[in-house]
Write a protein that binds this ligand. Structure first.
Ligand code: M6R
Length: 613
C-alpha cells in the first residue's frame, strides 16, 4: 500500500527519486522520504504529508549521492508521522530501508532484536528490517563482496508476510539490494544506471527496458551490473522485457485530472481491449490461452472473484456469461470468498478480475481456489503483475496505466473482456446460436464509437451535478445489468465526492429503502433493459411522488414523467449496456467532486492498489 523508488547510476539520485514518487502517489500519500549515500554516509530525509513537501526539507537539494531509495507511504502500522515515515535506518545508521507490504511477525522479531540490544524509534513493522540486516551483517565473519547480500537474504528468511524492499548500506556505497515477496517491484535498466519502482509508469520516462521480479527474488544492483538470486540465494537469470507503453500515456495529456483523462480514454481502451479477439468471419481468438472443449464441457459452474469496481465488472458480465454458456455464474467479493470455504473443485472455473493484479485479497482467493483443484483465470491490466504469475490462464485488458484511484477505464475494459470471453466459451461449447453470437460481436465492435457519443453529453451531466453537489445522500436504482451498474455508480460517487450513496435493485424499493425517500432527495435511475423499462419507470414514479429529484440514464424511448434530467445514451444489447451506461455515472461522480473542490485523483483514505488485507 506504499510506493517505492530506487536509483543507482551516474546522475544525482534525489530528483529522480522524487520524480518517481510523485508518479507513485496513487499508492499512498500520507508521508514520504528519501535516503542517499555520499562519502560513505547515508542522508535520510523524510516527513509527513505529500511527496511535494520533500522539496521543503532543509538540505534536500544538496544531496549529491548517485544511489538512493525513496518511499511514499499509506499507513498500516503506526499513524502517519515523521518517525513512522520511510526510509527506516538501523541503530548504527549503516543500513537504510524502504518497504511496501506488511511484516506479519514483526512483534516477534522486534522482541528478538530488543533482547539483543536494539532499540526502535517508530511504531512500524518495517523498522525491524534494517536492524535484522544489521544483526546478520555483524554476525558474518566473511568480509567479502557478498556480505551485504547475505545479510539481507538472512533477514528475508526471517520475515513472514509481504514485502518489496530496497536497502542501501554505507559500507557498500556502490550497491543496492532489492527483494520481493507478494508485493510488486520492477527494475528498469538504462545506460549504466538502474531504476527500481513499485510499478512501471513511475520510471517509464527513464527507460522502457525492465526486469520483472518474482516472489522470493533477491537482487544485487550496481551501476553497470545486476545479479539475480532466488530465495535460496542460488544465482538465476532473467529476461529483459521491453515495455511498449508510451511515457506520455502515464501523464495527464492536458486534462485537469487523471480521472477525467481516463474517462475520455475509454473509446480507445475498449477498442484496444477488443483488439484482435473479434474478427469478421472468425471465432473469437485468445491466443494467450487455449481452453479445451473437453475441459469446459466438464465445468459445472463459474466463479468471478474480485474487489471493488472489478467485482462490479464481474456482476455486470454475469448475465451474459450465463445466457451464452448456460452455466451458473457466482460473483464473490475476494475478501469474503477466501475465508468462507467456498464449495469449489476441479469442476469449477474461477475467474479473478483485477486492474492492478496486486490486490492481496484477490490473489489469496486465487491461491485458495487452486488449492481446491479449480482452474484459475486472471484478468489483469498489468503485464507481469503478481496475479498473472499465480493463475493457470491470464488474459489482459489493454486499458493502459490507470492512475486515478477511482477506477473508470479499467471497469469498461473488464466488462468488455468478460463479454468477449463469454462468446469465446460459448463458441467452444456450442451453447449459443450463431445469430446471437454474431449480433453480440457486431455490438461489441460498435461500443467505442457509442462511448464517444456519450462523452459528448458531458456538459449535460455537469449541469445536473452542479444542481445537486451539496446533497448528503444520493440513491441509484436499476434492474438487471442496470442494478450492477448502479452499484458501480454509487461506489464512484462515494469514493471521490464523500457523499453518502446507496444502490438498490429497483424491485427492492418497497421492501424497505423507500422509507428513506423524502422531499428533495436525488435518485438516479438507470433504464436500459427493454423488458424491464416499465417496471423501473414505475419505481421511479414512486420516488417522484415522494418528492425525489430524478436523473435518468436511458437508452429507451421513455416519456418524460417529470424527470429533472434525462441523458439518452445509444442502444446496445442490454447485457452489454453497463459498458455504456456507466460513462454518465463516472462523469457525474467526477463533476460532483470538482464542484466540491476535492482532490479527484487522490481521495482521502484510499490508495490505488490494496496490496494488504
Ligand atoms: O486493482 P484491482 O482491480 O484489484 O482493485 C480492486 C479495487 O480495489 C478497486 O476497483 C477499487 O474499488 C477502486 N478504487 C474503485 O474505483
Amino acid at each position: 500500500m506504499c510506493g517505492i523508488v530506487g536509483y543507482i547510476g551516474h546522475q544525482k539520485a534525489c530528483p529522480i527519486l522524487i520524480d518517481g514518487l510523485l508518479k507513485l502517489e496513487y499508492r499512498g500519500y500520507d508521508s514520504a522520504g528519501v535516503s542517499t549515500i555520499e562519502n560513505n554516509y547515508i542522508s535520510n530525509m523524510k516527513d509527513m504529508g505529500r511527496v511535494k513537501n520533500l522539496y521543503n526539507l532543509d538540505g534536500i537539494n544538496d544531496l549529491e549521492g548517485s544511489i538512493g531509495i525513496a518511499h511514499t507511504r499509506w499507513a498500516t502500522h503506526g499513524k502517519p508521522s515523521k518517525e513512522n515515515s520511510h526510509p527506516h535506518m538501523d541503530n548504527s545508521n549503516t543500513f537504510s530501508v524502504v518497504h511496501n507490504g506488511i511484516i506479519e511477525n514483526y512483534q516477534e522479531l522486534r522482541s528478538f532484536l530488543t533482547s539483543n540490544g536494539y532499540t526502535f524509534k517508530s511504531a512500524t513493522d518495517t523498522e525491524v528490517i534494517p536492524n535484522l540486516v544489521h544483526y546478520y551483517f555483524n554476525k558474518d565473519v566473511n568480509n567479502d563482496n557478498k556480505k551485504f547480500l547475505r545479510a539481507v537474504h538472512s533477514a528475508c528468511m526471517d520475515l513472514k508476510g509481504s514485502y518489496a524492499i530496497e536497502i542501501i548500506c554505507s559500507e557498500f556505497p556502490d550497491c543496492m539490494i532489492v527483494a520481493r515477496k507478494d508485493s510488486p517491484l520492477v527494475i528498469g535498466v538504462g545506460e549504466k544506471e538502474k531504476f527500481i519502482s513499485s510499478d512501471i509508469p513511475a520510471i517509464l520516462s527513464f527507460t522502457k527496458n525492465f526486469y520483472l521480479l518474482n516472489d522470493g527474488d533477491i537482487v544485487q544492483l550496481h551501476t553497470d551490473s545486476i545479479y539475480f538470486y532466488d530465495k535460496n540465494l542460488t544465482p538465476i537469470s532473467k529476461d529483459l522485457k521491453n515495455i511498449e507503453w508510451d511515457a506520455s500515456a502515464a501523464e495527464k495529456d492536458g486534462y485537469e485530472d487523471y480521472m477525467l483523462k481516463e474517462i475520455y480514454e475509454q473509446p480507445r481502451s475498449v477498442r484496444e481491449t477488443i483488439g484482435s479477439t473479434i474478427k469478421a468471419g472468425s471465432l473469437v481468438n485468445f491466443s494467450e490461452i487455449n481452453i479445451s472443449k473437453e475441459y469446459l464441457s466438464n465445468i459445472n459452474n463459474i466463479y468471478i472473484v474480485a474487489c471493488g469496481t472489478a467485482m462490479y465488472a464481474g456482476l455486470s458480465a454475469k448475465s451474459l456469461i450465463e445466457n451464452l454458456c448456460k452455466l451458473p455464474v457466482c460473483i464473490d467479493i475476494a475478501s469474503e470468498f477466501r475465508y468462507r470455504n467456498p464449495i469449489i473443485d476441479e469442476k469449477t472455473l474461477c475467474i479473478y478480475v483485477t486492474q492492478s493484479g496486486e490486490t492481496a485479497d484477490t490473489i489469496a482467493a486465487l491461491k485458495l481456489a487452486k488449492s481446491k483443484g479449480a482452474k484459475t483465470l486472471a484478468i489483469s491490466n498489468v503485464i507481469g503483475s503478481s496475479i498473472t504469475r499465480e493463475a493457470d490462464y491470464t488474459i489482459y485488458t489493454h486499458a493502459g496505466p490507470e492512475i486515478a484511484v477511482a477506477s473508470t477505464k479499467a471497469f469498461t475494459a473488464q466488462v468488455t473482456l468478460l463479454s468477449v470471453l463469454a462468446i469465446y466459451f460459448a463458441e467452444i461449447l456450442g451453447s449459443a446460436s450463431n445469430e446471437r453470437i454474431n449480433t453480440l460481436k457486431t455490438e461489441i465492435l460498435s461500443l467505442p464509437s457509442k462511448i464517444e457519443q456519450i462523452l459528448e453529453l458531458s456538459e449535460e451531466v455537469k449541469s445536473f451535478a452542479h444542481k445537486v453537489y451539496t446533497e448528503h445522500d444520493i440513491f441509484f436504482l436499476g434492474r438487471g445489468t442496470d442494478y450492477a451498474v448502479s452499484m458501480e455508480g454509487s461506489l464512484k460517487l462515494k469514493e471521490i465526492s464523500y457523499i453518502h450513496s446507496e444502490a438498490y435493485a429497483a424491485g427492492e424499493l418497497k421492501h424497505g429503502p423507500i422509507a428513506l425517500i423524502e422531499n428533495g432527495i436525488t435518485v438516479i435511475g438507470i433504464i436500459t433493459s427493454p423488458n424491464l423499462v416499465e417496471k423501473t419507470v414505475s419505481n421511479i414514479q414512486e420516488v417522484i411522488t415522494r418528492g425525489a429529484k430524478t436523473f435518468i440514464i436511458t437508452s429507451e424511448d421513455i416519456e418524460n414523467h417529470n424527470y429533472d434530467k434525462v441523458i439518452k445514451i445509444p442502444k446496445t444489447d442490454s447485457m452489454l449496456s453497463p459498458i455504456l451506461s456507466v460513462i454518465p455515472l463516472q462523469l457525474f461522480a467526477y463533476y460532483i467532486s470538482k464542484e466540491k473542490g476535492l482532490d479527484v485523483d487522490k481521495p482521502r483514505n484510499l490508495a490505488k492498489s490494496v496490496t494488504v488485507e
